[in-house]
Design a protein around this ligand. Structure first.
Ligand SMILES: N[C@@H](CCC(=O)N[C@@H](CS)C(=O)NCC(=O)O)C(=O)O
Length: 212
């Protein structure tokens, strides 16, 4: 059985595959780096993108991109109750693509406004637009969750792991989770889960439930 390594950092989207590893009890070692280590030579030789997550296999091959790592983990170690059903898998791929390529990507100027504009004023304007766009995304996810029930795709799936990352990040923005009651309940539901607790611990993170 392979023993791969999942590289993470506190607070990052690597939490989603980390949760998946815990849910599936997959033979994957979680390696949590300090912020900054992702740009050091040692890690760049593993993932030249300088980002987490990255999954390094024991033959040296490396898989990056959270959605791809989640798809791999599901295909390799998936089991009943975790996205094995083909229909759910299709919708799961859709949800994960949306959350990574749309919602996460929208966070770009929030995390690094200086990469989008030079002046303070321009950065401020870009950030304001970013939060407007994020509000639209969170409203959409709130609606999807309200229609689905407890879990984003009705049954629990990896989309819930990624959604949890996004409901944590909202705390860094001027948006309030109180405006998204279903997302707020989802976050608390995730934090009650043993796999999520383990993943948080492995990534040197605390639950946020004190905010709810
Ligand atoms: N498209 C990538 C994005 C990965 C990404 O942006 N990772 C962030 C953490 S959430 C990161 O490593 N940032 C560190 C940096 O850019 O230096 C994915 O979905 O995996």
């Amino acid at each position: 059985m392979s023993n791969s390594i999942l590289y993470t950092m506190p607070g990052t989207c690597a939490l989603a595959p980390n949760i998946a590893v815990a849910w599936l009890n997959a033979p994957v070692t979680i390696k949590t780096m300090a912020h900054g280590d992702q740009k050091k030579e040692e890690y760049l030789s593993i993932n030249p993108k300088g980002k987490v997550p990255a999954l390094q296999f024991d033959d040296g091959d490396v898989l990056t991109e959270a959605a791809a790592i989640l798809a791999y983990l599901g295909a390799e170690y998936g089991k009943e109750g975790y996205a094995r059903n083909e229909k759910l898998g299709r919708k799961e791929a859709e949800a994960l693509s949306y959350m990574t390529s749309e919602v996460h990507a929208t966070y770009g100027p929030h995390f690094a406004a200086q990469a989008f504009a030079d002046s303070d004023l321009a950065q401020k304007e870009i950030k304001a637009k970013t939060y407007e766009k994020l509000a639209t995304h969170y409203a959409r996810m709130e609606g999807s969750l309200a229609a689905a029930g407890d879990w984003y795709l009705k049954d629990r799936s990896f989309a819930d792991a990624y959604l949890y990352v996004l409901t944590r990040w909202i705390e860094q923005t001027p948006l309030s989770i109180d405006n998204y009651p279903n997302l707020k309940k989802h976050r608390a539901r995730m934090e009650a889960d043993e796999g999520v607790k383990l993943a948080l611990q492995r990534q040197n993170m605390e639950p946020l439930s004190y905010l709810t």
